[in-house]
Design a protein around this ligand. Structure first.
Ligand SMILES: Nc1ncnc2c1ncn2[C@@H]1O[C@H](COP(=O)(O)OP(=O)(O)O)[C@@H](O)[C@H]1O
Ligand SMILES: [Mg+2]
Length: 90
């Protein structure tokens, strides 16, 4: 069971408002994984950080590390390369 997604110290903001706080999470490859939580807890924000859709929102920003398989999402990987792998999320 390989690790498909590795997230380390992920923080995300909308302007001055912080939505994600130091998220650390490993998601196994080739398994169905559900992200469950109350409305507004940050599920969509988190998923948009996986393929760099969050940063398309004006004044939004991300810090931390996301690896998708062998790709380092925020270091040396273009959003286009990343989205070929991750696809679109809404
Ligand atoms: N476009 C946005 N601008 C400002 N704040 C946002 C925006 N989208 C979401 N938020 C805020 O970020 C937090 C997480 O929201 P979200 O990721 O949509 O939660 P969920 O998907 O779990 O319902 C909430 O406080 C929400 O109000
Ligand atoms: Mg949502």
């Amino acid at each position: 069971m390989g690790v498909g997604i590795q997230v380390e110290k992920l923080n995300a903001w909308y302007g001055k408002g912080q939505a994600l706080f130091d998220i650390n999470l490993n998601v196994a490859a080739n398994h169905a994984t559900a992200l469950i939580g109350p409305s507004g807890c940050g599920k969509s924000t988190f998923i948009r950080c996986l393929n760099r859709m969050h940063e398309t929102i004006p004044e939004a920003r991300v810090e931390g590390r996301v690896r998708i398989g062998e790709l380092d999402a925020y270091n040396g990987t273009s959003p286009t390369q990343l989205r070929r792998r991750v696809g679109m999320v809404f």
